[in-house]
Each structure stands twice: as C-alpha cells, then as structure tokens.
Design a protein around this ligand. Structure first.
Ligand code: FES
Length: 117
C-alpha cells in the first residue's frame, strides 16, 4: 500500500489537530478529521499518526497495546508499524496509512493527502 509519509510537501495538506500541551509523551489521541478516523501518538519525543482503521476487519487499531513502535489491533492482534503503517503480522496483510506530522509553534499538524484532480 502507498506510504503516505513519503508524500512531498506539495502533496499534502496540513491540518492542526491538537496543541502540544494536549499530548504528553507516551500518550495517544484518537479523533476524526472529516470522518477519517486518525490516531496521533507521542512516543520518545516523536509524533506518529496513523489511520485508526485496521486493514484486516476495520478494527479500532489505535486502541491496541504498544510495543515499541508497533501497535497490536485489539480485535485479532495484527501488528502495524506506527512510522510506516506497514502490516507486520497476520491476520493483516495490507498496510494502513501513516501520515506525516509536524509541529508549528505549539500546534501539532497532520499531513493528509490532497484530493486528486
Ligand atoms: S480487525 Fe484488526 S486484526 Fe482483525
């Protein structure tokens, strides 16, 4: 699957999703942007954003347990890399989107792909 983190600056639109005070290290925020379920993690001083929709059976993957930069879907245990969205274990065989994150001032912004056309 396409890796959204490889998108160039002119291929994404950055959307402010939180202020840096809202997320302490080790925590996560789960929300929707225009009905797109997204999860933002702050781990070891780095931000990571993924789609909160498991590619196996649409489970709420971001509610799962973390091990390093891997998250385990609470529904059937498939694991995904937070940085790339890559599916690491069965039963998922398809990656999930991972989005670029940047901090501007005290705002955390997620880069969502621009609509084509
Ligand atoms: S829905 Fe996530 S592993 Fe099945």
């Amino acid at each position: 699957m396409f890796n959204y983190r490889r998108l160039e600056e002119d291929q994404v639109e950055y959307v402010t999703v939180a202020s840096i005070d809202e997320l302490v290290d080790g925590e996560r925020l789960i929300f929707e942007i225009d009905e797109l379920p997204v999860a933002l993690f702050f781990l070891g001083g780095q931000y990571y954003a993924i789609a909160d929709l498991c590619s196996h059976d649409d489970g709420p993957v971001a509610e799962g347990e973390l091990e390093g930069l891997e998250i385990a879907c609470p529904r059937h245990g498939a694991r995904f890399n937070l940085e790339t969205g890559e599916a690491q274990t069965l039963p998922a065989v398809v990656d999930i989107p991972a989005y670029p994150v940047r901090v501007v001032g005290d705002e955390i912004q997620i880069g969502l792909p621009l609509e084509e056309g």
